[in-house]
Design a binder for this molecule. Structure first.
Ligand code: KMH
Ligand code: ZN
Length: 273
């Protein structure tokens, strides 16, 4: 089986230090959390940035500082800035990190409720606009799908040539308002994508490790991190992103799945080594 790509979503935009004190806000904290995740086995760092007080921002200068600091501590690591940002940001605000020409970034492939009054808006035209800007810069988008309809959206745009090879999906399952993360949900999504596509699974909250294990078992890849889940086990807060990555590595070992280095990840995803 292909080696396992572990992505670590170290911070996100919604989770706070009140939820888990290891959630990084400052550039220095971002670099330390990324380093600990990288040392534990993560080859991709999914990156949101914050102001020092924790407010989410898509400020290009802040991304630049964080990326420089992370690259210094984590040689070769792949940094994947978010173009999702936080709910309510404008498209152009969300797109700011692509101007730093990272190797990868996220492309959110449809709208989804985030619980309560929160709606994460990604209309079809938004997705087309983001895709155009991302490909223009030669960046590989990770296709964030919060449900089957987003996978279908990708496949429609792929047929029109607006989303291009290599297709690397991320199934983000278990958010309130999105698709849940039972085994049948995972199987449905994985069986809905073309055979030459790759996928990673991000299970939110209690789904994190259950879905990680399923993906490891079926040859997929895994995303974990405080963005998605703050617990290492029921009611026990994780002592940082490192603990979450270590748990994935432990599960992978039980299935004999080796962990991909950053350059092995580049090869799997068709990125330049
Ligand atoms: N924070 C969410 C609004 C992404 O990174 O592309 C969007 C998100 C997805 O986290
Ligand atoms: Zn994110």
């Amino acid at each position: 089986m292909e080696k396992l790509i572990i992505t670590c979503a170290i911070s996100g935009a919604e989770v706070t230090k009140e939820d888990n004190p290891y959630v990084p806000y400052t550039v220095e904290e971002m670099a330390i959390e990324a380093y600990n995740a990288y040392k534990a086995g993560a080859s991709i760092i999914h990156l949101h940035v914050r102001e020092d007080d924790g407010t989410p921002t898509q400020n290009v200068k802040r991304f630049d500082e964080a990326i420089i600091a992370i690259k210094e501590l984590c040689p070769g690591v792949i940094i994947q800035p978010s173009t999702g940002g936080a709910v309510g940001m404008s498209n152009d605000e969300r797109l700011q990190p692509i101007y730093l020409k990272p190797e990868m970034c996220t492309l959110d492939c449809g709208s989804v409720n985030f619980g309560g009054d929160e709606v994460f808006i990604n209309s079809e035209n938004d997705v087309i606009y983001f895709a155009e800007k991302i490909y223009e810069k030669g960046i590989l988008p990770e296709l964030e799908c919060f449900g089957k309809m987003h996978v279908d959206q990708v496949l429609r745009l792929y047929k029109k040539g607006l989303i291009k090879d290599h297709l690397h999906f991320s199934f983000v399952l278990g958010i309130p308002g999105g698709m849940t993360g039972e085994e049948r949900d995972f199987l449905f999504l994985k069986d809905s994508i073309p055979s030459n596509a790759t996928y990673s699974v991000a299970g939110v909250g209690r789904f994190e490790f259950k879905l990680a294990e399923l993906s490891i078992k079926h040859g997929g890849h895994v995303r974990v991190g405080l963005e998605d889940n703050i617990y290492i086990s029921k009611g026990v807060k994780a002592l940082g992103n490192k603990a979450l990555v270590e748990e994935v590595v432990r599960i992978a070992k039980t299935y004999g799945r080796e962990i991909a280095s950053p350059n092995e990840t580049r090869k799997i995803l068709g990125l330049k080594v």
